[in-house]
Write a protein that binds this ligand. Structure first.
Ligand code: GDP
Ligand code: MG
Length: 161
């Protein structure tokens, strides 16, 4: 599953997807993971954890002046999170489309947020919003050893090899 062998640029692009505490509490983890698997993306990292204030302050470094930030921290530390790294061509952009608008009221049906949530304060899932942001977030949430390099046996049914 390497871009060098497939000839398709960006096949090894990665993104951080996290099922937030509301999604875990509501037992949506399986359904959310299924969407990424069935799309054809490759799971290369997976763990359940209670996010610390320190991790979240780095993760949401651009939001710490926002009025909703204290509530966001309380929400994100209210229970375990399931963090995942998904890999594939254009995965950052495609997964933002699959996740839907930040505000579930604007998220289209068929997206995770559009199917499973109503209010911006409980929007079920996180997805990195740029390739650079994804690299930064993956390094924050995962050690190198926790990320798996593995070949998908049906690679040629997902990409032209
Ligand atoms: P995302 O990338 O789509 O998750 O959106 P942002 O990076 O802009 O915001 C991060 C998270 O902060 C969102 O997913 C929401 O959980 C929360 N958030 C953003 N804007 C608001 C807001 O106006 N009110 C509340 N309560 N939460 C917000
Ligand atoms: Mg964001």
């Amino acid at each position: 599953c390497y871009s060098t062998t497939s000839g398709i640029p960006g096949v090894r692009e990665r993104t951080l997807i996290a099922v937030k505490p509301d999604g875990v509490q509501r037992r949506l983890v399986g359904q959310i993971m299924q969407r990424f698997e069935q799309r054809g993306f490759k799971l290369v990292g997976l763990k359940m954890l209670k996010a610390s204030d320190e991790l979240l302050s780095q993760h949401y470094h651009d939001l710490n002046k926002k009025p909703f930030y204290p509530n966001l921290l309380r929400y994100m530390t209210s229970g375990p999170v399931v963090a995942m790294v998904w890999e594939g061509h254009n995965v950052v952009r495609t997964s933002r489309m699959m996740v839907g608008d930040t505000n579930p009221a604007e998220a289209h049906p068929g997206t995770v947020r559009g199917d499973f949530s109503i209010h911006i304060s409980r929007n079920v899932v996180h997805a990195s919003d740029s390739v650079e942001g994804a690299q930064r977030e993956i390094q924050l949430w995962f050690n190198r050893k926790e990320l798996m390099d593995w070949d998908c046996c049906d690679h040629s049914n997902t990409y032209q090899v």
